[in-house]
Design a protein around this ligand. Structure first.
Ligand code: NAP
Length: 247
């Protein structure tokens, strides 16, 4: 994919799936504004890695669940690179428990990061992206938001909400060459899935037609396609990258 001269923000872009997305977009020629919340060392190391192959990137600390942080993140991107074309809302957390045990704080924290965080970033990016004449918003949802998952009333609700938001915004921006799509990964090998116990993981692998977990790079390829010119007639779509789990 050729993303030369495009400016991209990747939230949670320093580790896990976000790291692979940042690398893939940079390899495709995009200038990457790499957001991190806590992983400062990983973010700085990734910026150096991107520069080592001739890519352009810089890192910005921001907590996407905070409106003011999202506003500052977008304004630093536009101030540095002059425009904004691609927004990847990747930042996300889990905090699982069955509803009888889940606290209100667990629910709020996950919704504020995974759902409000996406809205904070879309809201603050809208002006620059509409002005740029080429916009791609890609929201990382989850199969949990499509099919529901016991123990994840907070997470499944946040990720289903992201799919609804994606469709609403796709309709709002369609006339301005800004597409808005979601990706719903299945089980991808990152720190997030390392938290699952082995029995649970084995159970899910059995449900996956491809009989394996996915790799973060496999999500990154889907992101770079949706960010590209080649995906110009796709909007409001949720692309499952899940080895066939949800079909
Ligand atoms: P991960 O390894 O746990 O990474 C989570 C990322 O989110 C980190 O980059 C983290 O940044 C960032 N983050 C969390 N809270 C943030 C906040 N308030 N502000 C800014 N960044 C924040 O998880 P992952 O597996 O890569 O997940 C990435 C995305 O894919 C998430 O949205 C997740 O829900 C989704 N997903 C993952 C899977 C999977 O199987 N792994 C499946 C479906 C969907 P710092 O480290 O800098 O704090």
């Amino acid at each position: 994919m050729d993303l030369s001269n495009k400016v991209a923000i990747v939230t949670g872009g320093a580790v896990g799936i976000g790291k692979y997305i940042s690398l893939e977009l940079a390899r495709s020629g995009a200038k990457v504004v790499l957001n991190y919340n806590r992983s400062a060392d990983a973010a700085l190391a990734l910026v150096e890695e991107i520069k080592s192959f001739g890519g352009e990137a810089f890192a910005v600390q921001a907590d996407v669940s905070k409106y003011k942080d999202a506003e500052r993140l977008v304004s630093e991107a536009v101030k540095t690179y002059g425009t904004l074309n691609i927004l990847i809302n990747n930042a996300g957390i889990t905090d699982d428990a069955l509803i009888l045990r889940m606290t209100e704080d667990q629910f709020d924290r996950v919704i504020n990061t995974n759902l409000k965080g996406v809205w904070n970033m879309c809201k603050n990016s809208a002006k620059a992206m509409l002005k740029s004449g080429y916009g791609r918003i890609i929201n990382i949802s989850s199969v949990s938001g499509v099919m529901g998952n016991a123990g994840q009333t907070n997470y499944s609700a946040s990720k289903a909400g992201v799919i609804g938001m994606t469709k609403a915004l796709a309709r709002e921006f369609a006339s301005r060459n800004v597409t808005v799509n979601a990706i719903a990964p299945g089980f991808i090998e990152t720190d997030m899935t390392q938290k699952m116990n082995k029995e649970m993981m084995d159970y899910w692998i059995q449900q996956i037609p491809l009989k394996r977990a996915g790799l973060p790079q496999e999500v990154a390829y889907a992101v770079s396609f949706l960010a590209s010119e080649q995906a110009s007639y796709i909007t409001g779509h949720t692309l499952e990258v899940d080895g066939g789990l949800v079909m």
